[in-house]
Each structure stands twice: as C-alpha cells, then as structure tokens.
Design a protein around this ligand. Structure first.
Ligand code: MIG
Length: 838
C-alpha cells in the first residue's frame, strides 16, 4: 500500500497516467509471479566460517597449459595463459563441472601462444613458475600465493577459496599493509577503493549520491598496488552472478570477492607496473574500437530537445548566434512516438529524414536514445514482430512473457543473450540509419524497471544465454552489455564502412569492445564535478576508457560557474557532452551569458585544437588499452603521493590537468611529480616533486605539460571536417622525450589496410638556458594528411635562435611569441629540426 501511495506521490508529471497505472498493477503482478515462480536469490552465507574450503592437496597433474591440483574437497585448474597471466578455477568435488563460458573474454585459450612454465613439488607446496611469476599452492591448506621471482608476495590468500553448499562462492585475500585498490567499474567513491564493500549488480539509481553503490555499470576487475608502488597486480573475477567485493570493510586485513552463484573463476595478472596490468587485461577482454573523429567533438544534449523547431533553434544558436563549436546533438526519449523504440513522434518530428539531412548540412551529427523495453502494444509493429519472432524474455513456465513498466508503460524485454534476438535488434536499427541517425545511445539497460526502489527483472526470468539457458540472476549484469553489442553489431552490418557509435549506460567487463559509456545520472554540484575524476580513472583502469560525465550535471540546476569549471575539465575527458534533466533550465554553453559564454567558447575551441593530440590518445587506447584519462600513478607508480591522488589527472602522455573543484576558488594547489613541467598558459618551468599553488581565475584551468613533449594542435573549427586541416602546429616543450601523432580519415576502417599515418617525434635538448634543440620526425603508413607545413612553437624560451635548420636548410620564418615565452618557426614537413641559441 505504501508502495502504491509513494508511486502516486512521485507524480504523474513524467510518467503519465497509463504508466502510473502499469506501475501499480506491476507491483501486484510481481507478487503473484513470486508466488508462482519463486523468490529472488539471497546470499546464504554471511560469515567466513559458513563456507567450505578446498582442504589439503592430494594430487596434481598437468596437461597443456593447465595444472590440475586436487584437494580433499575439490580441485583447482590453474591455466597459464601468459607469463604474467594465470586463470584460477575451483570446482568443488561432487558438483558437475561446467564448460568455460564467458561474455567478457575476447581472447580464447587457444589464441594465447603457448608459454613455458615449470611445476615443482616441495615438501609444503606445489609451485608453478613462469618467466615472470611464481604461483605457490600450499599443500596443507590449499591456499594460493603469487610471488615475484625474488620471492616477494604480490598477492596471497587469506582464507582463500570457499563455497557454500547452496551456491555462493568466495575468495579471500590478504591485504598488504600499504595496499591501495582501484577498478571495479563505475563507482561513486574516491580513487582508492580500500576500506569499503561494493556491490556487483547493475542498478539504475535514478540519479546517484556520492557513496551510493552499486550504480549502472559494475566491473569485477580489481587492481592492487602496494610495497611503495613496487608491486602491482590485477584480478578479474569472471562471474556474472549478483556479487560483491569487500576491500577491508568487514575485516581490515582481508580483501574478498564473491557471488551468489556460478563458479569461482578469476584471472590473476601480474604487473608490477599497473600499465602492464591494464594492457594485459584489455588483451584478455578486448579493447575499444577507434571512434570516428567527430565523436571527440563537443556534444549537446538534454532530456529532451523537441520539437523539431527547438532542435533547429539549437543548431542556429551554435552556428549563427554564438559560434560555439559543436559536432553532435542528442535526441532523448521525446523524439519517439509514445516512447516506442524505432519510431518518431509524428507531431514533434514529422519528417525526421529531412530534418537530419538539414542538420548534417550544417555539420551536426545526430545520436538518438533507445531503451530496451518494447511497449506491450498490439498495434505497434516492433512489438508485434517481436512476439512473432519470439524475442522477449519469459517466466520459467516458458510461456508467460515478462512484462514490466518503463517509460512507455508495460514493456517486454528482448533477450539480448540470444544471438537471434541480437540480430533482430540490429536489423531494427536500419529504421534509424535510413533516416540518417549517426549513433545510438542505449539507456535503462541495467535493465531498469519502474518501481519504488530500483528494480529490475526478477531473478527467475529466463534467458537463452547463447543456447545454454540461464536465469536473470546470472544474466542481469551482462544484459546491458549484450544490448550494446546488439546495437553495435547492427550498426556495423548496416554501415560496414563506418565505425559504429554506441553509447551505453550499463555494462560489464568487456563492454568496451562494443560501446563507450557515460556515467549516468549525476548531479549539478561541486562534489559531482570532482567525482568525475575518480570515476573516470577507475573505469579507465578497467578498460572502459571512452566515457564521460554529463557536463554541468544531470539532476538539479547548474550555475554558470559550475558549468564552466566542469567544461574546462571536460576538454580533457574522452566524452565531452553536456546533458541535463527534463525539468532543468537550459544548460548550453551560452545559458548564463557573459563572462561564461566567452570562456566556454574558448575552452571548446581548445578541445578542437587538441583533437590531433586527443585522437592519438584514443588510438593508443584502442591499440594497447592504456586509458585516455589516467591517474598519475600510472605514469609515476613509485611516487606514493600519487597512489590516492584523485583531484587531478593525466590526459594522454603529456598533460597534467588540475581542475578547479570548489565554488568561488581562484587558486588551487597542484601536485607535480618528479621532472620538469611547463605551465600551459605562461610557459613557466616548474620542477617536481612539489606541491605548487597556482592562480586559477574563472578563465583558467590549471594545466601543465610534461617536459620533452610534442603536442600537435589543429586550427579550431565549428565541427570536425568543416575545413581541411591546412596547417598543424607542433607545440614543443624542451626536454628529452618521445611523442607520437596518429592520423587517419577519422571515419572508416581504411586504417586497417595501412591508410593511417603514425608520426614519431624524438626530442632532445641541451643547456639551461636552452642552447640546442633537436627534433626528429619519422612517419609510417600511407595516409596523407592535407597540410603541407608546420608551425613549430618552442615553449619556455625568450630569445630568438642563432640558427634554425630544417633538414639542413635554414629556416627564415621565425618570431618571438607575443607573450615573450616561446618562439614560432614555420617549416615544411621536416625530418629533422635543429635550433641553436647563443
Ligand atoms: O528514467 O531518457 O540516464 O540520461 O536523460 C530516466 C531520459 C531515463 C536516464 C538517463 C538520462 C536520460 C533519461 N533516462
């Protein structure tokens, strides 16, 4: 009764009466199905002693890459996939062994080149030694320890593996004294996750608070760092059931993870560098596809821009009124006809193809939202067709369709774990690509169902699970990922030459292969601005680098100052999109007038100037998994100050970004790790390790460049491809270093056939003050950019050079920068540049 009252009180404003009615009847229906089909699972084990343990080792054997170690109450299968990668599975005796199945793994056992290892039996242990790592299983207890070659502990069992006769599994590890933890997907906490317990169950929080857990996108991926940064490793627990990670909450010395079903199966990845861990982990579970270049441009969204005339005005505001660059407009749920997926509202968007063609003409791309729920409506073609094709999830009787209320009222839910259903969905996307839609945004795919608290499908709803069959308790966490997969695969089939764009709210380990994400329903306040940093850093460490927050915040109202500060940070985040709630006022770069508008415009222009640099960081990520937004510890692992630093970050190899995160602040303190750093705005040279106070008036984002970097920049444009890039500026920050620049057509797969250009820059300099600079440039690949020359800007020098040679030829065009702290040279496409000062 309370439930019902509260639903009514929540108001009919967004929901409408019909949906409200469905929500109320669903509450009653849900009860009835519970009676018929059983309850949701509940963990049966609470104390460590509730679990059974492997017991002493009785035997061991080895076949191929796998060592089987039999213990009194079950057996381990330890598979060596690479010298730093070992899979641990535990199978209790007298439980049937299931074949290995995973939605997360991208590289199967057969695809790893065989790797040498040695097994030794000592008096107390069975030891597996690879060229990087020692895995020791104690004979008496059946506990595992991972050690480096010198015998130092990297990670070791505390109580180790365990299971409950009714299905729960657990693994308990010892926490090292100075250990820090990272990862776990999308979390609303600081960077270092130690000391808390985290849920593994994708949940729609309907806007989250700091510290709310879990939310839309969990990942069972944990990174550990200890011994002053000398030891780093990763654990990927490949189990999709409702689970948890406890990183010292219950017992400060124990880190454990577990789930309410499935098997104990985890991958241990040795670093010691966390960059190595991320690289390996993304080799195992896959890396993102390179997005089209326009996806790196500024994007504008709200819930919702409609009708058509509003979108037209928005486009004109960007192009004609305010001249703020923008590449993409997002259409939220109001574009649909009564929230029916793959339809258009006939009044709001009577001629979508024509409208989109118009917007394309002005250089805008269009992304539209799709929810998983398909309105249960016999007059709606997609629903009819879905019923005929038998694509929707059912109850255990195999007949009754699951029906739950979302935006359109009662909905059926496609079973995305069925390949046939994914293809059905993928083909439906044709309706959108035909009218010119450029990308698809997948929302509510936790999946979320309306109700008092965050709800989803009941555990006992059935899924195909690639033909094996399984219930929602097992499938829930991968549902969103499989929806994203269906969408991305559909787009690739429909437009085989174009890189697909799919944005997803929910996901799981491996989702980065199909989609990028955004961090869902944050709030318009300063703590959420800060939160964007640890959130993105932890997601990036889990392989999901292409993501970003709603700039300005989703729920509640942003002030001009908050929006500007968030946008300044956003320039250095992979996904730069402003988005907001249905009831909030306008949240566009000009919404607060001056001085905000001019500042916002100049930062969005900076984003466009930085595109060559950022695109290279994306390419690096697609190649090797290294995130775009990085915690400082990735580059400075032996500096313990960085281990919990989460109010500043590295963007790519060169930039250290320290956003202002306090209302009214005009200064902030920044930590600079060892080495020389250039203040981006003044070219001042600063030496780390040091904490420095820097000026940060509203128009200034504290920003530093690492010594030895070459940062390529393009001319600003209103949108990607507005004009050819006819000149490239190379910003050179004297010091020793190597930099890269990756270029291609920004749209197709031609780069896979060699149509790309990778430029290596090697910079070396002498003297202080600078007396000599040598910059070598080497290119590979067939792609030919449009520009024919460079402007080279050498930062941190206030004197004109004595000589400047490009490939031995004197350069006659150079001048001192107006600021007096840099010189500009104009050169052709040199191979070697030498500049000397007296
Ligand atoms: O129940 O589509 O996170 O970005 O604007 C809310 C409306 C549904 C949640 C998404 C948000 C989107 C909103 N959606």
């Amino acid at each position: 009764m309370l439930n019902i009252l509260s639903l009514i009180l929540r108001g009919t404003r967004e929901l409408g009466l019909v949906t409200l009615w469905h929500s109320i009847t669903y509450l009653i229906r849900k009860r009835w199905y519970r009676v018929r089909f059983g309850k949701n699972r509940r963990s049966r084990a609470s104390a460590s002693s509730d679990y059974l343990r492997p017991g002493p080792v009785t035997n061991h054997a080895h076949q191929g890459q796998t060592v089987t170690i039999t213990c009194a109450r079950g057996s381990y299968a330890l598979t060596v996939l690479a010298p730093d990668l070992i899979r641990v599975r535990f199978q209790p005796a007298n439980q049937p062994s299931a074949p290995l199945f995973s939605y997360s793994i991208a590289k199967s056992d057969e695809e790893w080149p065989p790797c040498d290892f040695h097994i030794t039996e000592t008096g107390t242990a069975i030891e597996i030694r690879t060229s990087r790592l020692l895995c020791r299983l104690a004979k008496a207890s059946g506990k595992i320890a991972f050690l480096d070659w010198e015998g130092n502990v990297v990670n070791e069992d505390e109580a180790g593996a365990g299971w409950h006769p009714l299905g729960d599994v657990i693994c308990q590890k010892r926490i090292q004294p100075d250990e820090h933890f990272y990862g776990l997907g999308e979390r609303t906490f600081a960077l270092d996750l130690r000391g808390r317990r985290y849920g593994m169950w994708n949940t729609d929080p309907r806007t989250y608070r700091l510290g709310q857990d879990p939310i839309h996108l969990c990942m069972p991926v944990l990174l550990g760092l200890h011994s002053q940064g000398r030891q780093g490793y990763g654990i990927f627990s490949d189990n999709t059931f409702r689970g948890w990670f406890d990183l010292g909450a219950q017992d400060p010395h124990t880190a454990s993870f577990g789930a309410e079903g499935g098997e104990l199966c985890y991958y241990f990845i040795y670093g010691p560098a966390l960059t190595t861990v991320v690289e390996r982990y993304t080799e195992l579970t896959g890396r993102m596809m390179l997005p089209p270049l326009w996806m790196l441009g500024y994007q504008q969204s709200r819930w919702s821009y409609h009708p058509e005339a509003r979108v037209r005005k928005l486009a004109a505001d960007f192009r004609q009124v305010y001249h703020v660059p923008c590449d993409c407009i997002h259409l939220d749920i109001h574009y649909m006809d009564g929230y029916r997926c793959f339809t258009w509202d006939p009044k709001r968007f009577p001629a979508p193809a024509k409208k989109i063609a118009d917007l394309h003409e002005q250089g805008f791309k269009i992304i539209v939202i799709l929810d998983p729920g398909i309105k249960a409506d016999p007059h709606y073609g997609v629903c009819q067709n879905g019923l005929e094709q038998d694509v929707f999830c059912k109850y255990p009787d195999g007949k009754t369709l699951f029906k739950g209320p979302v935006w359109p009222g009662d909905c059926y839910f496609p079973d995305f774990t069925n390949p046939r259903v994914r293809a059905w969905w993928g083909d439906l996307c044709q309706g959108l690509t035909e009218v010119g839609v450029d990308g698809i945004w997948n929302d509510m795919n936790e999946p979320a169902i309306f109700g008092l608290r965050s709800t989803t499908l009941p555990d006992f709803v059935q899924h195909d699970l690639e033909g094996q069959g399984g219930d929602h308790a097992e499938v829930h966490n991968v549902y969103g990922m499989q929806m994203a997969r269906a969408t991305a695969e559909g787009l690739m089939k429909l437009r085989p030459d174009e890189r697909p764009v799919c944005i997803t709210r929910s996901g799981w380990a491996g989702v980065q292969r199909y989609a990028m994400s955004w961090t869902g329903d944050n709030r318009s306040n300063w703590s959420h601005l800060w939160l964007s940093m640890p959130m993105l850093m932890n997601l990036g460490l889990c392989g999901l680098a292409h993501t970003g927050p709603d700039i300005g915040g989703f729920s509640r109202f942003a002030t001009g100052e908050l929006f500007t500060r968030w946008l300044q940070m956003g320039v250095f985040l992979p996904f730069l999109r402003s988005h907001t709630f249905v009831h909030s006022p306008d949240q566009e770069p000009w919404s607060w007038g001056e001085p905000y508008l001019s500042i916002n415009r100049s930062y969005i222009e900076l984003r466009y100037r930085l595109l060559p640099y950022l695109y290279t960081a994306f390419w690096q990520c697609a190649q090797a998994g290294l995130p775009i937004v990085r915690p400082l510890l990735l580059a400075f692992q032996d500096d313990t100050v960085t281990h919990a630093l989460d109010d500043q970050f590295m963007c790519g190899d060169a930039f250290l970004v320290a956003p202002v995160i306090e209302v009214g602040a005009t200064r902030r303190s920044v930590y600079l790790p060892a080495g020389v750093w250039y203040d981006f705005w003044t070219d001042e040279r600063l030496s780390g390790p040091a904490r420095v106070e820097v000026e940060a008036p509203l128009e200034r984002l504290p920003l530093f460049v690492r010594t030895g970097s070459v940062v390529p920049m393009a001319p600003p444009m209103q949108y990607v491809g507005e004009r050819p890039v006819d000149s490239l500026t190379l910003h050179v920050y004297p010091g020793e270093g190597e930099s890269r620049l990756y270029e291609d057509d920004g749209r197709t797969w031609a780069f896979r056939d060699g149509e790309y250009r990778l430029t290596h820059f090697a910079l070396s300099t002498n003297g202080s003050p600078l007396s000599r600079l040598d910059l070598r440039r080497q290119v590979e690949g067939r792609y030919k950019p449009q520009y024919q020359d460079f402007e080279v800007v050498i930062h941190g020098v206030d004197r004109l050079p004595r000589t400047a040679l490009a490939d031995g030829q004197p350069i006659d065009h150079y001048e001192l920068d107006v600021g007096g702290s840099a010189i500009h040279l104009h050169t052709g496409l040199f191979k070697r540049l030498t500049v000397e000062w007296t």
